[in-house]
Ligand binder design. Structure first.
Ligand code: WT7
Length: 637
């Protein structure tokens, strides 16, 4: 299959962008015609950012799994849809052709139905990176259920919060997951979460690590038993549920500047069209190529560029269970060599961490199959960009620096591999259909180039966030109310003389730690749960490998143990409340926090101290107690 809407030159990019801005309905309507709809749309786009209300392909009906699987059966039945590489390289890899994926997704949709899942029900998926995770996600989509995948690094408390927020009555998990040398007991974590979620009716458990689990009668069932029942009943095909284009496809929780993560909702039609379009164009995907995105399916990158984008394009997508450094730091290169990977899409933090292990791990690895490299999740520093370019791409592979967010569903700003120019540390130019603008503090558009500003988007693209689950007002205030009639990204950006964008990082209280998004308020809430803690303030600081590290200032009045032990207790608390990904890198016990007379913590000062810039703290005259700053400076870690 060639893609009629694949852009082949810079000129074509420029005219596509122009058309998309002048006539969005015509532009996206033409692209959407290449998908399988059960009923065509009446209008391509209706929107206002005031409510906000964003509707793409209104009136159309579809099921995304027919576009991701069924429509490829005619010519790709025996092509691998999914290649799975296990954590342990000594174990066998698995391949699922499109025909096999079709069978398994249909069977699993039956399993869901047999267990009471109906269209619109929310299903929480908490699994490791195994093919069954993809099957669970697609099975939900086929049955019309709204999936909410929770990353395996979140704690029982975080799962419970998400289950309650989504009112999810169904959970799909596995006994455990392997990650490097670790065996993570996922089902046990679910059991802990369910203590406070009695409304969960059914837990479907897949056997992967074969570790001991408690299966509760009447609530928990084994995946394998349920599939066997479907096989015995002899009804493999599951008629795909008819979905409206604007029906929700999934919820994915993400952190913001408040203490509670938000359930970002994406809908079926627009998300499908946009992830497909950006996958094909950013990576310039060519039929038969192997695409390896190293993200976890628990994050948006995995949703859009391991599953929906590649599968809707009939690609071969690689799912890797493990981590880049297990059994050694050459693992990614082994995988590229073993499966002749053509496209590698990873995070700057992974590149930096592998860089630090040296070039030895690249020896005797054949990387000649690589054609395109990609990065995502955080700004890439020039050193890492050049290392990636020289040592992985051997200066033959374009690098796409893709900027986007959970809320944007797909890539908004990026070069297109080999088609539009690249510039180290720049995401460069917007996708067709995307109109970025920079605004100043007052919300006035900055028109010149060579300036920095707050990054906003003027009009909707098909995968725009539709709502935050259960609380539309929150969606409005978070993204559409800061600046009138604009979607506010929360990022700052610099625009150079050519109009290329370089993302400078978040301008709100959100941290980006190893590409994971963590709200400072969330970490503070978790720290404050610890019995001896009076108050805390969390800021980010530059970290060589993680991009940002977490620095916590804590007022502690407990009596239990020495400072080292108190730090460990606090760390354990954060791990328990949020999960190991949110553990502070540094904890400083302080006598007080720098506050203004109105009681506001001056984070700017704390940030500077964490960054090591203790000389030039700026204006401290509005502080209630300037002496506290001296104490904090003295105790800096
Ligand atoms: C935030 C979104 C999008 C998938 C992964 C993260 C930062 C993302 C880039 C990039 C600089 C980037 C932004 C953004 N970010 N990509 N190429 N260059 N920064 O998704 O968890 O929703 O986080 O990640 O700060 O707002 P997310």
């Amino acid at each position: 299959m060639s893609y009629p809407y694949q852009i082949n030159s810079f000129d074509e990019y420029q005219s596509a962008w122009k058309k998309s801005v002048e006539d969005p309905a015509g532009f996206w309507g033409d692209i959407a015609q290449h998908f399988q709809w059960k009923k065509p749309w009446e209008t391509v786009l209706e929107w206002n950012f005031k409510d906000p209300s964003i509707k793409w392909f209104s009136g159309a009906q579809l099921n995304i799994t027919e576009n991701c699987i069924d429509r490829h059966l005619a010519d790709k039945a025996n092509q691998p849809a999914i290649i799975w590489e296990p954590n342990d390289p000594k174990e066998h890899h698995r391949m699922l052709t499109y025909a096999q994926l079709h069978l398994k997704v249909n069977q699993f949709a039956h399993v869901l139905k047999n267990n009471g899942v109906k269209k619109g029900d929310r299903v929480c998926i908490y699994m490791g990176m195994i093919p069954e995770l993809a099957i669970a996600v697609l099975g939900c989509a086929r049955a019309g259920a709204v999936h909410s995948v929770v990353f395996g690094g979140f704690s029982a408390q975080s799962i419970a919060d998400r289950l309650q927020d989504a009112q999810a009555e169904f959970v799909i998990t596995c006994d455990g997951a392997f990650r490097g040398a670790k065996d993570i007991p996922l089902k046990n974590v679910i059991d802990d979460a369910l203590i406070s979620c009695p409304f969960v009716k059914r837990v479907i458990v897949y056997t992967h690590t074969r570790s001991a689990v408690s299966m509760i009668k009447g609530r928990d069932v084994w995946w394998e038993d349920e599939v066997r029942k479907v096989e015995t009943a002899g009804n493999p095909d599951f008629p795909a549920e008819v979905m409206e284009a604007e029906d929700p496809l999934f919820i994915l929780y993400t952190s913001g500047s408040t203490g509670k993560p938000k359930g970002v909702v994406h809908s079926c039609g627009g998300y499908m069209v946009y992830t497909n379009y950006t996958f094909i164009n950013v990576f310039q995907y060519k039929s038969q190529e192997v695409h390896f995105c190293t993200a976890d399916i628990g994050w948006i990158t995995g949703h859009s560029y391991i599953l929906y984008g590649p599968l809707s394009a009939g690609a071969t997508t690689l799912i890797f269970e493990g981590i880049p450094t297990y059994p050694d730091a050459g693992r990614f290169w082994d995988i590229v060599d073993k499966f002749k990977v053509n496209i590698l899409y990873t995070a700057p933090t992974a590149i930096r961490s592998l860089m630090a292990f040296g070039l030895g791990h690249l020896q005797n690895k054949d990387l000649s199959s690589l054609r395109v490299l990609g990065t995502v999740g955080e700004p890439i520093n020039e050193e890492a960009w050049h290392w990636y370019d020289e040592h992985i791409g051997k200066k033959r592979c374009p690098i796409v620096d893709t900027w986007w967010q959970t809320e944007t569903g797909g890539v908004l700003i990026s070069n297109m591999a080999g088609i539009t120019p690249s510039k180290p540390s720049y995401a460069t130019l917007p996708m067709p259909g995307v109109q970025p603008i920079l605004v100043d503090e007052k919300g006035d558009e900055i028109l010149e180039n060579n300036v920095t500003g707050n990054l906003c988007i003027k009009t909707p693209w098909p995968a725009t966030i539709r709502t935050t689950y259960g609380d539309h007002e929150r969606c409005r205030t978070n993204y559409f109310a800061t600046y009138e009639n604009l979607y506010f990204t929360g990022d700052g950006a610099f625009r150079d003389e050519n109009g290329y964008y370089r993302i400078t990082g978040r301008v709100d209280d959100v941290l980006n730690v190893s590409g994971h998004r963590i709200g400072t308020a969330e970490v503070e809430n978790a720290i404050n749960m610890h019995a001896g803690v009076v108050e805390s303030a969390v800021v980010g600081y530059p970290h060589d490998v993680k991009g940002q590290g977490i620095y916590a200032y804590v007022i502690y009045n407990g009596t239990h143990g020495d400072e080292a032990m108190v730090r460990k207790d606090i760390t354990a608390t954060v791990s328990r409340i949020i999960g190991p990904i949110a553990k502070p890198d540094k904890i400083q016990l302080v006598p007080g926090l720098p506050k203004t007379r109105s009681g506001k913590i001056m984070r700017r000062i704390l940030r500077k101290i964490a960054e090591g810039e203790i000389e030039n703290l700026g204006d401290t005259s509005t502080l209630l107690d300037p002496l506290v700053v001296e104490e904090i400076k003295k105790g800096r870690i």
